[in-house]
Design a protein around this ligand. Sequence first.
Ligand SMILES: [Mg+2]
Length: 295
Amino acid sequence: MSFSFNDIIFSNEQRKPDDYAAITKELKRDILKSLALAGSGHPGGALGIAELMAVLHFGGVMRYDATNPTWKERDRFILSPGHYVPVLYSCLAHCGYFPTSELATLRKLGTRLQGHPAGFGFTPGIETTTGSLGQGVSIAVGMAMSDKLIDKNSHKVFCLSGDGELQEGSCWEAAMSASMHHLDNLCWIVDNNDCQIDGRVKEVMSIYPLKEKFESFGFAVIELNGNDVEQVISGYEQFNANHKNKINKPTCIIAKTIMGNEISLMHDKYQWHGNPPTIAQAEEALKELEDTNNE
Ligand SMILES: [Mg+2]
């Protein structure tokens, strides 16, 4: 069985909310197909952040040049839960960093598309290795400090973390540093799906109240529905305003999302954190995706 991947480059520009439907659908298709072909991997979290990723990469929020991945003034994006990477590979392919056909090689021997991001220079568009939870946010803080100290505010740093990931103490060390060093060039997005691999976050080890925690660590906090494109656009606009106005503190976007969003087999089910769909399940989900969007 093989799936084909649509060879579409999406431009990076401000769009109306309705314009994202086709993009998020494409990302979700890629996730389902590449994971089914791989026979391993993590679909739930990746599917749940399609809107957050679509607006970030194709909404004029982040500056990048896919023909020049090492451009010094590019904004950085760090995916701290590296296991979400199928959605990032899909975005990078549709930015033009590498051919979409390469998505079929996810997790295969010798591929550039490893099951977790394999480091700067290995895959075009990937900024750093992540996967060991709690470390990506610290790397992002270091990049934001470097921008302030060395590059003199030439770029912004976006970092997405999971919510279960916040059980790692190193996340809060990163938060302390971000606040102490006044990193208003840092946008920390928390994917708050309240799911982790073995259950509900609030039942495994509660991280709540989240807004109050980040505020007490010195962040400007924005709460929104991460599956609502209009709210996502507004959240990034608020961060960009915070950056432009030099508010002297980092921004945290707490994005409520649904794991496996809009795929009924996986919708809000933590059991799909780390199980790939079979080919048949992926075909069924792809059909459902088509039907949903054609209503
Ligand atoms: Mg989670």
